[in-house]
Design a binder for this molecule. Structure first.
Ligand code: C5P
Length: 321
């Protein structure tokens, strides 16, 4: 229970101390190379941010009657009823972790406006967590280096570290070892197709059925990376989590097959699903009708986005036309 004084009743009238955008990501390719002894899977994946953003407002304050960290969710957020505001939200865990490790005593209240669907393989919770860590550090006057924030992010979740990159990064390990691309990928149109039903990440990894120590064969991820750096439009799209996700959520396979018929250059699942993304234009014959055809058959949301990247000034994510 938050004290009544905390939340929009108090802070809504005051402008936030800091407002940040938190972008979603897609995985342009995702290879699972091995299951580790600790139960996690070794990945090699090209992560790319896209122009679908959550918005986080932060208030730094000294109210003694308020908890160290608190948060609320805007009522018009996507999936509002399902979003927790306690420690099970990664934003709260990020703010608490920062306060514990730094001894920072200024209190922080966060208002989250959610636009990124949950359980979509889009890194929605992870980008919020990375943004909360960044905000706490900035509001405290940058006591902690970015490398340390990346380490703390990895403790919160495998995908969190990536969101400290500029937007295009080759990620290995659990996903937390990030190698930002020297040349970010050019702005590219992508359609995100998010079924109403989501995928549970642990369930999808489990359905892969690997034993600890067991490897999974497939194309060399370094070669895939080179292809994407030459041109997104002629690269090989692959996601080793598609077969297990299709077994967990069989409708995804049909949806993917139907999307492929529209003639995009690539149709691929992001992360552990359930979002599928399409790159390149649909065939001329269906360019005006493919969305209607899809919506007539499936309960999905369609987002038309662009790859985005982060400016020098780390507050701002933007898209280039
Ligand atoms: O690290 P994160 O909390 O995002 O992972 C959630 C779950 O997804 C893990 O508990 C694990 O079951 C699975 N996972 C995995 N290998 C990874 C990342 C996640 O098996 N590289």
């Amino acid at each position: 229970e938050l004290p009544d004084a905390v939340g929009s009743t108090l802070f809504g009238k005051q402008p936030p101390t800091l407002t940040l955008l938190a972008p979603a990501k897609i995985n342009l390719f995702l290879r699972v190379t091995r299951k580790r002894e600790d139960g996690f899977h070794e990945l090699a994946s090209l992560f790319q941010t896209v122009s679908l953003f959550d918005t986080l407002d932060f208030w730094a304050h000294d109210r003694a009657d308020a908890p160290q960290c608190s948060m609320e969710v805007t009522p018009n957020s996507l999936g509002y009823d399902m979003i927790p505001t306690d420690e099970s939200n990664l934003v709260m865990r990020a703010l608490q972790l920062f306060a514990e490790r730094t001894g920072e005593t200024r209190r922080i209240h966060c208002r989250l406006h959610k636009a990124i669907p949950a359980q979509g393989g889009l890194g929605g919770g992870s980008c919020d967590a990375a943004t909360a860590l960044f905000a706490a550090n900035r509001l405290a006057g940058y006591p902690v280096s970015q490398d340390t924030l990346i380490e703390w992010g990895a403790e919160l979740g495998s995908d969190v570290s990536f969101f400290f990159s500029r937007g295009s990064a080759y990620c290995t390990g659990r996903g937390e070892i990030i190698e930002p691309l020297k040349q970010p990928l050019p702005p590219t149109v992508c359609y995100l197709i998010k079924p109403a039903v989501g995928c549970s990440t642990p369930a999808v990894f489990k359905a892969l059925g690997l034993e600890p120590g067991q490897s999974l064969d497939g194309p060399d991820p370094r070669v895939l990376l080179e292809e994407f750096q030459k041109s997104v439009y002629s690269a090989t799209f692959i996601n080793d989590l598609e077969p297990p996700a299709f077994s967990v959520l069989p409708m995804l396979k049909n949806l993917r097959e139907d999307l492929s018929k529209f003639g995009f250059q690539a149709v691929m699942m992001s992360g552990s699903g359930s979002t599928l993304f399409c790159i390149g234009m649909p065939l001329d014959e269906v360019i005006d009708t493919w969305k209607d055809e899809l919506l007539a058959k499936y309960d999905v949301d369609i987002f038309e986005e662009l790859f985005c990247r982060r400016l020098e000034d780390e507050r701002l994510w933007y898209t280039e036309q």
